[in-house]
Design a protein around this ligand. Structure first.
Ligand code: HEM
Ligand SMILES: Cc1cc2nc3c(=O)[nH]c(=O)nc-3n(C[C@H](O)[C@H](O)[C@H](O)COP(=O)(O)O)c2cc1C
Length: 468
């Protein structure tokens, strides 16, 4: 027993608890029994099992906001603290040290270059967490491909003198029509995490839609804001709406000006790229991984924790501010937003991280234009997924989208700190401006469907360079 009556456990004993039957995890030298929590962990049981019997502090702090432990576990799931031993075994492979290589910001010319830089600079498991799509990554790749399948149709005979890329998204005017998506894990890219995204967004007057799964708390991002900067907040509708209610009230108090309710992640997708890195590291560190026992019943009864209709009514009861429903993947669901005041469809397949056969936001946008074209007039349609160029953004706007989000692009650029994120924003802005000038439009409201051809999308025609 330790001085405060807490059991002191040595690492060899903790390592014994590394299976589905008994799963312990060390966080900041405290040991938690997460066996009962495995199937309700929003990130999935496998990620916890990959760290079972070992220390998960770094990855935990990168991916979860302060207070997550207290909200998720009961005090009796804390089973002890770790005995201090002078010669604690270090991991055999320090993947971080092998990987970290600085890249000069001046060598970066495009969003694609940021991904290559992040692959060189970040620890293998952080890069894999960001990059991973679901299963065989068809949805992830199709997101990229479908932008390229759309052609832009320039009007070269129109004069253009000045190009204005400014627009409003859900009631606030920004200098550009793209924004930083809510995407957890900023602290895995940079120790200061999401606050740097907020600061870079302020510098360029673009929107940062802050993630509730972030390593920084909502106070930290709110405090990093410039006095006149507008931030929006993203939430998941949890089955315990009281918990979410506290979160919304807090976000309102801190001055967040719109909400996204993410509805496409009732459970985490099967991200094998990410899981494989975890397994490889576990093996490299000499830990045995036992085959799953057939007798263990773990697939049944995972709770579906979030319900969008109750959630949207409940959320509307708490605020009149704009709400975007994030994760819409068909025109019928998008049209349901018309049933609620100031509720807007956000077309997204979570960056291809959920269903591997899901449509891209471009597929859904084209279906909306065909089946309920009025929607783009009556509501603000937001899109994201696979955006890497200013031209992609222009294509989405021409088809009726109001705002275009980028997730990975900004996580990768965050590996180079605030200057990295700033440069990513500048590159995208420059590309939009250049594309609009060449297209013959001087403001975003001049863009319309006649500026694009979507026939390649239907045929699935693409040409893409080799990928990582
Ligand atoms: C005792 C340990 C842990 C607890 C109590 C915990 C709890 C949670 C909670 C509550 C969320 C949802 C956040 C929200 O709804 O606001 C979450 C998400 C997540 N967790 Fe954990 N977690 C733990 C350990 C881990 C570990 C070791 C990993 C390893 C990589 C991990 C990876 C993730 C991921 C990737 C998500 C996001 C899932 C998504 O929505 O895409 N967690 N966790
Ligand atoms: C590492 C990572 C974490 C993410 N976390 C969240 C999240 O917590 N909440 C959410 O609504 N979307 C989350 N997303 C999805 C993004 O908001 C966005 O839909 C997606 O990244 C867009 O695709 P892109 O990465 O190809 O730009 C995450 C995406 C990534 C890549």
């Amino acid at each position: 027993m330790g001085t405060q009556g807490i059991p002191v456990l040595d690492r060899s004993e903790i390592r014994q608890h590394s299976s589905r039957k008994s799963c312990w995890i060390i966080l900041n030298n405290t040991v938690y029994d997460v066996t009962e929590f495995l199937d309700s962990h929003p990130g999935g049981a496998t990620l916890l099992l990959n760290h079972s019997g070992g220390d998960a502090t770094e990855v935990f702090e990168g991916l979860h906001s302060p207070g997550t432990l207290e909200r998720s576990l009961t005090p009796n799931q804390m089973v002890g603290c770790v005995a201090a031993v002078a010669d604690d075994p270090k991991p055999k492979i320090d993947a971080d040290a092998v990987q970290r290589r600085r890249v000069k910001l001046s060598s970066i010319l495009s969003i694609g270059d940021f991904e290559k830089a992040a692959a060189q600079m970040l620890p293998v498991r952080s890069f894999a967490f960001f990059k991973s799509g679901a299963e065989d990554e068809y949805a992830y790749n199709w997101n990229l491909d479908s932008w390229k399948a759309i052609r832009l149709i320039p009007r070269v005979l129109r004069p253009v003198y000045v190009v204005d890329t400014g627009t409003s998204i859900l009631g606030t005017r920004f200098s550009a029509p793209f924004f930083i998506c809510p995407a957890g894990g900023g602290k895995l890219a940079h120790p200061s995490g999401e606050v740097l995204l907020t600061k870079a967004a302020a510098r360029h007057d673009i929107l940062h839609w802050v993630c509730n799964n972030a390593g920084c708390s909502k106070e930290e991002t709110a405090n990093a804001r410039l006095h006149n900067q507008t931030l929006y907040w993203q939430i998941y509708a949890k089955s315990d709406l009281h918990e979410s209610e506290r979160e919304i009230k807090e976000a309102l108090r801190l001055g967040y000006k719109a909400f996204a309710l993410t509805v496409d992640a009732v459970r985490a997708g099967n991200r094998e790229r990410d899981l494989r890195v975890g397994l490889e590291e576990t093996l490299a560190n000499g830990k045995a991984i036992e085959d799953e026992e057939e007798t263990v019943d773990f697939a049944n009864g995972q709770a579906v924790r979030r319900f969008w209709t109750t959630a949207v009514q409940w959320l509307r009861g708490l605020t009149d501010l704009p709400i975007a429903i994030k994760g819409i993947q068909c025109w019928e669901d998008a049209a349901q937003c018309l049933e609620y005041e100031n509720v807007h469809p956000w077309l997204s397949n979570h960056g291809g991280r959920q269903i591997d056969a899901s449509p891209s936001s471009m597929d859904t946008l084209v279906a909306i234009r065909k089946h309920c074209p009025d929607l783009c007039m009556k509501r603000e349609v937001i899109v994201d997924g696979g955006v890497t160029r200013g031209a992609d953004i222009v294509k989405a706007l021409a088809l009726g989208a109001r705002g275009v989000g980028l997730g990975r692009a900004f996580l990768f650029s965050l590996a180079l700190g605030e200057p990295g994120v700033s440069k990513a924003i500048r590159l995208l802005k420059d590309e939009i401006e250049m594309t609009m000038a060449l297209l013959g439009v001087s403001s975003i409201d001049q863009l319309n469907p006649s500026h694009v051809s979507t026939s390649g999308l239907a045929k699935g025609i693409v040409y893409l360079p080799a990928r990582l």
